[in-house]
Design a protein around this ligand. Structure first.
Ligand code: SF4
Length: 212
């Protein structure tokens, strides 16, 4: 089977299994998702939600609210999140940039989003897909990286190359949903330490399947 056909079969099976896969970060608007995505690097979505949901509700509705409160108070409020010190700095820089360059709103292009401090292509793709309805984005997170490799969709390790490989074989209009669904598969079945190949609905087409 060639790679495009192999990818099409995987897209079809993921769609059947994880129809409603969605972002695990809770958000009500692009600003909340932008900040939570930056805070979620090397931290769990559960932790970020726990800390940020009440803060968005009570204190931080806009970039101006964050700046008004100041970096030290913001840092104090997020101190149970990994690397809170550097992340607080990034969030303050982002809020300044949103106000100075984008009228206080979150921009909707890859180029503009990646101009913000601490926002790489992965985070920008999360925001473009979830908040701006862009379907042609591949979110190269730890789950997508691992599961795509195991399924033989890419032989590369670098996020940029993986994104390139997948963009070449997944149709544009399916890329965002594919990203969400393969992430779900990584969380539920194709886990980092011990993939459950016996119970995987792709074990007949996966080159890494370990079956007894
Ligand atoms: S067969 Fe195993 S390695 Fe392949 S996708 Fe399924 S769980 Fe992952």
């Amino acid at each position: 089977m060639n790679k495009k056909k192999h990818a099409a079969e995987i897209v079809k099976r993921l769609e059947r299994e994880y129809q409603d896969a969605r972002c695990h970060l809770e958000f009500k608007n692009p600003f909340e998702l932008l900040i939570s995505t930056v805070l979620a690097a090397q931290c769990t979505d559960v932790r970020v939600n726990m800390v940020m949901i009440p803060l968005y509700k009570e204190k931080y509705k806009t970039p101006a609210d964050v700046l008004k409160d100041g970096e030290s108070k913001f840092r104090e409020n997020i101190k149970s999140i990994n690397f809170f010190n550097n992340k607080a700095k990034s969030v303050i820089a982002i809020c300044n940039s949103l106000i100075n360059n984008f009228n206080g709103t979150v921009p909707g292009t890859m180029e503009e989003l990646t101009s913000l401090a601490g926002v790489g292509r992965k985070s920008a793709s999360v925001i473009l897909g979830n908040c701006f309805g862009k379907n042609d984005v591949i979110i190269v997170d730890t789950h997508l990286k691992r599961v795509s490799g195991r399924l033989g969709l890419t032989e590369n390790d670098s996020p940029d190359k993986i994104e390139e490989d997948l963009k070449a074989i997944i149709p544009d209009d399916a890329q965002f949903r594919f990203s969400m669904r393969i992430g779900e598969h990584g969380r539920q079945i194709c886990k980092a330490k011990k993939p459950d190949c016996e119970n995987c609905f792709m074990n007949d087409i996966c080159p890494s399947a370990e079956l007894k």
